[in-house]
Ligand binder design. Structure first.
Ligand code: CMC
Length: 422
């Protein structure tokens, strides 16, 4: 059987055969037959915007791989910084490469004093940390003007290191500022996740060491959130990056995309939903109201996964370990009951709505003491590595500026009428 499709233009009878390659058909081939007839595909539901060798998802089977490595193996055996290296470079590092990479990241965690003193302190006292983060990442481009030189490998590499290294520092600074706590400088004697927790929670002690189980949990959550192919924020990164903006400006756009409740804000929405449900007896009524179209079951459903999100399974295991240290989040029982009812209900089953990664992450973050406003910030820290991997891949592919078409449905040409005659 031929691996191709044939399209016939019924107006002219002309036909064209297009091969199916890697699961897609070339729109450029299509355009040869039908110039000026555009694919109508709002929200890119059926459009592959690129070839990519970074992350593979089988949404029907619920499988996720970074550079060919199953997420379960990386979660069990790797660390976030090793995974970031893998995403960016395509291969796992040798021991020496890993040592150098960790050293580089560790020694770029400090932010310019003016970012903190002049810039961060300019925000209103109760500013949302995600709003602070979006602006602070964009502001970094003014501190590193050489970043515009995106085609000089050493300069590009330096900005990648800076962004991955400084994200936790900016994130923790945004939190500390929004709760009126003094800024904590990075501690180079700590690992990447332990340093982040130190910058978050350190108070008067000379050296802060978080519980190792919580350090590992944060590192695991960073691994699970490091990349997810062409999601909304990665697409924002690629679209802005395609105009050859510097990586800080592109990352700020990606961070902004992550701010929305349908993307990085979903775990906050889950906690708010669980609090609103309030108790186990209210769960059946809540499920009923969702089925009647009165709101959504937050943390359920995914554009790509039509099966249990493989990350959600791992998050469930992490939750158990975290709760052993922090005590159980009282909302957990409501979440488990919701999951049980939804997974047995035809409304959710027939629409292939399963828990996604966000269903349990908020419970963990909350138990660890993170305020809800920090949840999307916690997502942005590791996703920066994925954004940068896709940005690099896009530039190396010699991509063109992203510029979709539209189907115009507005008024035909008409003449301007002066306001006095309208
Ligand atoms: N609760 C109830 N019904 C739902 C839900 C839900 N969470 N999600 C989808 N549906 C229904 C929807 O009403 C529609 O039903 P019908 O066919 O009768 O109109 C059907 O399922 C298909 O929904 P859709 O909106 O066409 O699906 P989508 O692919 O556009 O949306 C989604 C994907 C993630 C935006 C959506 O499932 C949703 O809003 N989920 C809740 C928010 C959430 O958890 N987001 C986190 C996503 S994972 C993290 C990330 O990648 O950022």
């Amino acid at each position: 059987m031929a691996e191709s499709i044939t399209i016939t233009d019924n107006r002219s009878g002309e036909a064209i055969e297009i091969p199916i390659v890697d699961g897609g058909v070339s729109a450029a081939e299509w355009a040869k037959l039908l110039p000026g007839v555009w694919f109508y595909d709002p929200a890119f539901m059926t459009t592959a915007v690129t070839e990519s060798a970074i992350t593979w998802i089988d949404g029907d089977a619920g499988k996720l791989e970074y550079r060919g490595y199953p997420i379960e193996q990386l979660a069990e055996r790797s660390t976030f910084l090793e995974v970031a290296y893998l995403l960016l470079n395509g291969e796992l590092p040798t021991a020496k490469q890993l040592e150098d990479w960790v050293h580089e990241i560790t020694y770029h965690t400090f932010i310019h004093e003016n970012v903190r003193k002049r810039f961060l302190e300019g925000f209103h006292y109760d500013a949302h940390p995600m709003g602070i983060l979006v602006s602070a990442v964009a502001a970094l481009s003014t501190f590193y003007p050489e970043a515009k030189d995106i085609y000089t490998p050493a300069i590009r590499y330096k900005q990648i290191v800076r962004l991955i290294a400084k994200m936790p520092t900016l994130a923790a600074a945004a939190h500390r500022f929004s709760v009126g706590m003094p800024f904590i400088y990075p501690d180079n004697s700590l690992s990447f996740p332990a340093n982040f927790l130190s910058m978050m929670w350190k108070t008067a002690e000379p050296h802060y060491e978080a519980d190792p189980a919580l350090v590992r949990a944060i590192d695991l959550l960073f691994i699970l959130h490091a990349d997810h192919e062409q999601n909304c924020s990665t697409t924002a990164m690629r679209v802005v990056g395609s105009s050859h903006a510097d990586p800080y400006s592109s990352c700020a756009a990606a961070t902004a995309a992550l701010y929305g409740p349908l993307h990085g804000g979903a775990n906050e929405a889950v906690i708010r939903m669980l609090m609103e449900i309030g108790s186990l007896e209210n769960v059946p009524d809540f499920v009923r109201s969702v089925k009647e179209g009165k709101g959504r079951l937050n943390g359920f459903g995914h554009r790509v996964y039509k099966n249990y999100d493989p990350r959600a399974k791992i998050v469930r295991e992490i939750a158990e370990k975290v709760f052993q240290v922090t005590g159980k989040n009282p909302l957990l029982d409501i979440a488990l009951k919701l999951e049980e009812l939804a997974l047995a209900d035809d409304y959710f089953v027939s629409r292939k709505l399963y828990p996604n990664v966000d269903f349990f992450t908020g419970l963990i973050y909350q138990a660890m003491g993170f305020p809800m406003e920090m949840f999307p910030v916690l997502f942005a820290i590791p996703r920066t590595s994925g954004w940068l991997a896709h940005w690099t891949e896009m530039l190396d592919q010699g991509s063109k500026i992203a510029r979709p078409r539209q189907l115009y449905t507005g008024s035909p040409r008409r003449d301007y009428v002066p306001v006095s005659e309208r």
